[in-house]
Write a protein that binds this ligand. Structure first.
Ligand SMILES: *[C@@H]1O[C@H](CO)[C@@H](O)[C@H](O)[C@H]1NC(C)=O
Length: 233
């Protein structure tokens, strides 16, 4: 293109033909390079299918993680939603752990002390000591700011795959107040899912309780005799 500019005034047709030829050659070599690379890739994949599929899975996984990592606005939305969910409950039925975690996050956010770090495949939310917008000496002096190696201790949440994992785990059973059950005896604090046979036995007992009492055959069972004689009286 520069060449064509230089030659423009005197030899316009010559310059045009030179540039179009150069462009054509460049395009052709580029295409052949790409064709070679694609052919190499296909041949390599056919020779080593396991390696190729591993690479494909890694690439696809990386692409998926990159596109599914949540950002700052997603964190704020999740936090607002969770604090609303907790706010709908009475203080007696809220889980203390969920409440403390969410309240701490809301406090940090209102003080401008929450930071989000995007690591490409996942996002990390961490707390800092000061809002950088304040003009306090401690907030502005770079020697006093938190060093990078301290960030792992300040991490409050990890965002990955459209989810905030710490927040979700803290909000598990957010409507169960553990304090309520602290004074129960140990065997009543523990609950375990009932077994199938126990449930079936109880269900059959429950169904039997609907059946009418056998009135005519009072002589067979002593209990039946008692009840029937009471009924007759
Ligand atoms: C079956 O019923 C008994 C008595 O009501 C109860 O103690 C037990 O927990 C029940 N079992 C199941 C599996 O529901």
């Amino acid at each position: 293109i520069i060449l064509s500019w230089l030659l423009r005034l005197k030899h316009l047709p010559l310059a045009c033909s030179i540039t179009t030829m150069a462009v054509r050659v460049w395009c052709r070599s580029l295409l052949s390079d790409y064709r070679e690379a694609c052919r190499d890739m296909v041949v390599g994949a056919r020779e080593r299918p396991l390696k190729a599929s591993l690479y494909a899975v890694a690439l696809g996984g990386g692409w998926f993680c990159f596109h599914s990592q949540p950002g700052q606005s997603e964190f704020q939305a999740a936090l607002v939603e969770r604090s609303n969910q907790l706010g709908l409950l009475s203080p007696w039925t809220r889980s203390a752990a969920s409440d403390a975690h969410v309240q701490n996050l809301v406090k940090l956010q209102s003080q401008g002390r929450l930071r989000l770090l995007s690591l490409g495949l996942l996002s990390v939310v961490y707390g800092v000591d000061h809002d950088p917008d304040t003009t306090l000496y401690e907030a502005q002096c770079s020697s006093l700011s938190a060093p990078w190696r301290e960030i792992p201790h300040r991490v409050l949440d990890v965002g990955f795959c459209w989810r905030w994992w710490v927040l979700e785990s803290k909000m598990k059973d957010y409507d169960v107040n553990e304090e309520e059950f602290r004074h129960l005896p140990a065997d009543m604090q523990r609950t375990s899912p009932p077994g199938l046979q126990g449930v079936q036995r109880n269900e059959s007992l429950h169904r039997q309780s609907w059946l009418p009492l056998p009135v005519g055959e009072e002589r067979q069972e002593p209990e039946g005799v008692l009840i029937c004689s009471r009924l007759e009286r």
